[in-house]
Design a protein around this ligand. Structure first.
Ligand code: 13P
Ligand code: ZN
Length: 271
């Protein structure tokens, strides 16, 4: 077996969690990531017949039976992943009945996967239907996006439109828009189901007064989505209390969308 710490997916996960912490998005244990891995990717690094532990999940993820995920651990700090990946991360496989997570590597101190696994797995199911190449669900707590949910309407069209106006890149990076869930108790199957439903037509779901979920084909893409939305929110929080003398009009956003051939969320621009 090759050393799993040298696997490209592991190196990328360690770099990403470290970088997210550096951005200030993941204080203490906040945030979680799950990365879907293909069997041929994990095969050189782990014995797939050696299940270390099987942890009941308390919900049914049957459509993902047999799927492998590299997942952050509950209560674990992103800042520490680089120093002890085996303690802070785990590689799981969803059991044949869809109800347990089989630990194949990691969670070495007896820990387990993130408390937000329901939201992650349910979102994976929905995004895989929308995009066969989908692989990542990423959650974190970026300050400006959170701040925005206190002072801006959380109507999805209004929230998206404001972000699109905050910097030119926003509509280019998330033309599908941002969906928003009102505050709910986190870590539950209920918020998992609600988040997944919101993932059907957008790759970003904001949890009001809590954080953000981003979906993507790889860690870089999900990171970039969150980074761009957070930049938009940062600009909003800098200017919201000031008179606005200029903005990006819907006509200009439409011109940009036409120029780049963007698939802009239906009904979100007035022209
Ligand atoms: P976990 O430590 O269980 O991943 O929870 C962090 C978090 O952000 C909850 O929403
Ligand atoms: Zn959170």
């Amino acid at each position: 077996m090759k050393d799993i710490l040298t696997a490209p997916f592991m190196v990328e996960m360690i770099r990403t969690t470290t970088n997210m912490y550096a951005q200030g998005w993941d204080e203490r244990n906040s945030g979680n990531i799950s990365l879907l891995l293909y069997e041929e990717e994990v095969a050189p690094y782990i014995d797939r017949d050696n299940v270390i532990r099987s942890i009941p999940m308390g919900f049914d993820a049957k459509p993902l039976a047999g799927c492998y995920f590299l997942v952050t651990g509950t209560g674990k700090y992103f800042k520490n992943v680089q120093y002890d990946p085996a303690k802070n991360l785990g590689l799981i496989r969803i059991s044949a009945d869809g109800c347990s997570a089989e630990v194949l590597w990691g969670f070495s101190d007896g820990g387990k996967y993130t408390s937000e696994l329901p939201a992650h797995l349910m979102s994976h199911m929905v995004r895989l239907k929308a995009d066969k190449e989908h692989r990542v669900i990423m959650h974190c707590h970026p300050a400006n996006l959170l701040a925005m949910t206190y002072v801006h309407s959380i109507d999805e069209k209004e929230f998206t439109h404001t972000l699109w106006q905050m910097c030119t890149e926003c509509i280019m990076i998330f033309p599908d828009g941002v969906n928003v869930l009102p505050w709910m108790v986190c870590g539950t199957t209920e918020i998992g189901e609600a988040s997944a439903a919101k993932m059907s037509n957008a790759r970003i779901v904001v949890w009001a007064q809590h954080g953000i979920y981003g979906a993507g084909r790889d860690l870089d893409e999900s990171f970039g989505l969150i980074e761009t939305a957070e930049k938009g929110a940062e600009i909003y929080m800098k200017i919201a209390h000031l008179p606005r003398l200029n903005t990006i009009s819907d006509k200009q956003l439409r011109a940009l969308a036409d120029h780049l051939g963007l698939n802009v969320r239906e009904g979100y621009l007035e022209v």
